[in-house]
Design a protein around this ligand. Structure first.
Ligand code: CAA
Length: 391
């Protein structure tokens, strides 16, 4: 059976921090961010926009009523969860009006979670061919003011509808995963921001890429020559570029290498404007590739490298199907220009503002601009979400 991504949508915050502004404020050469990290802007969420509102907005942008009546599983992959028990997907199930007889769960392994979610979705559809599964990768990447990670923050959600006979791409039945128990990036329950061994994390990312790619090629008797594009997890685009250079085979013909390079540039266009969205980053790279590549055609094979700190990596592949372009947007970069530009002072206030919960567990939440959904209030420790302007 052919199973894969039938629809893919994206949502991000309505506010943006420009990297040159941040560089000036932090007394850093702007080239360090624009050339050293390959970042132009970061999406910044206010307190009423979180993984639930972003995830629901991303999904709402792609789902039809028929989809909502058919979806029987919703998986939210995240590492910035709003609750230790209740899955974010239960809120999203209700906000979207998905039929009741569905399973809703949350998955976690740092930035890798959505890749496991996709595989679970694929296996579910294999067993229940009429099912559709909604996979949402949703995160707010927050490191803290004046930390080395600060320029690699961001926020956003990628929603993917997994079904049989998909109209964008087939998930091929080939993958290699690798686990290493390492402390490169982690967030204990008592901390709102992660602990990071930054340079070590980049070395682990690149080494897990190298070793997983070698194993993938060996197990499936394949090589870079079989692929039209390679998508990478994108904590910041410069690291993905290093990954691309690592997998590049110098013996390939020049025009083929040029095509791979062109496609790589397409994978990083959105991340340059949005920053790190953790679990969704690889899939934002895929979306960016599909919506911006000038040379991809049906039948092309795409390799994908997923990496989650802690650490788990996986390489798998997908095949583009006929008509995939019809399922995509063409003006997303333009839409990103509509975000509201923040001064560094306002960014520090907005991004790090927390709900002021009183002794009864209530909090009024300021009404900052969001996508289609917003956190309205916290009432007796319960988060109350709703549609924007829907009192
Ligand atoms: N002009 C041009 N480039 C400059 C420059 C200038 N004036 N000044 C510095 N640079 C370059 C540096 O040469 C370097 O590039 P290269 O690596 O190609 O040499 C780059 O800018 C970064 O500079 P530093 O090496 O000085 O590193 P830093 O102190 O800025 O930290 C970081 C970089 C470690 C990635 C930090 O941003 C960080 O900790 N980020 C969070 C952790 C992270 O994203 N890790 C990635 C792997 S883990 C993962 O993938 C999971 C996840 O999503 C978090």
């Amino acid at each position: 059976m052919k199973i894969g991504i039938d629809k893919i949508g994206f949502a991000t915050a309505q506010y943006v921090l420009n990297m040159d502004d941040l560089a000036e404020s932090r007394n850093v050469d702007p080239d360090k961010y624009s050339k050293g990290l390959l970042l132009n802007n970061l999406s910044i969420t206010p307190v009423n926009d979180d993984i639930v509102t972003l995830g629901a907005s991303a999904a709402e942008s792609i789902l039809s009523e028929e989809d909502k009546n058919t979806i029987d599983m919703i998986i939210v992959a995240t590492e910035s969860s709003v609750d230790q028990s209740k899955a974010a997907s239960t809120y999203i199930h209700s906000l979207l009006g998905i039929q009741p007889f569905a399973r809703s769960i949350e998955m976690k392994e740092a930035c890798y979670g959505a890749t496991a979610a996709l595989d679970y979705a694929r296996l579910h559809v294999q067993k229940h061919p009429e099912s559709k599964v909604l996979v949402i990768a949703s995160d707010v990447a927050r490191y803290g003011v004046n930390t080395p990670g600060e320029p690699t923050q961001g926020a956003g959600s990628v929603a993917m509808l997994i079904s049989k006979d998909p109209r964008i791409l087939l998930l091929n039945d080939n993958s290699v995963a690798q686990t290493r128990d390492i402390m490169d990036f982690w967030r204990p329950n008592y901390s709102t921001t992660p602990y990071v061994n930054g340079i070590y994390s980049t070395k682990q990312y690149l080494d897990m890429l190298k070793t997983t790619w070698a194993e993938f090629q060996k197990r499936f008797n394949t090589s870079l020559a079989d692929f039209s594009a390679f998508c990478f997890h994108l904590p910041f685009p410069k690291l993905a570029l290093k990954g691309f250079n690592k997998v590049m085979d110098k013996n390939l013909p020049e025009d083929f290498k040029e095509k791979l390079k062109e496609n790589f540039e397409s994978t990083i266009l959105y991340s340059k404007e949005v920053g790190n969205i953790y679990t969704g980053s690889l899939y934002l790279g895929l979306l960016s590739l599909l919506e911006n590549s000038k040379n991809l055609v049906a039948g092309d094979q795409i390799a994908l490298f997923s990496y989650g700190s802690g650490a788990v990596a996986e390489i798998f592949s997908a095949t583009l199907v006929d008509g995939f372009k019809d399922m995509l947007q063409t003006n997303r970069l333009e839409t990103l220009k509509n975000r509201i530009r923040l001064s560094v002072e306002d960014y520090e206030k907005l991004f790090f503002e927390e709900a002021a919960i009183d002794s009864e567990g209530n909090a009024n939440i300021p009404e900052y601009k969001t996508g289609a959904f917003t956190l309205k209030e916290i009432h007796e420790h319960q988060r109350i979400y709703g549609k924007v302007n829907d009192k």
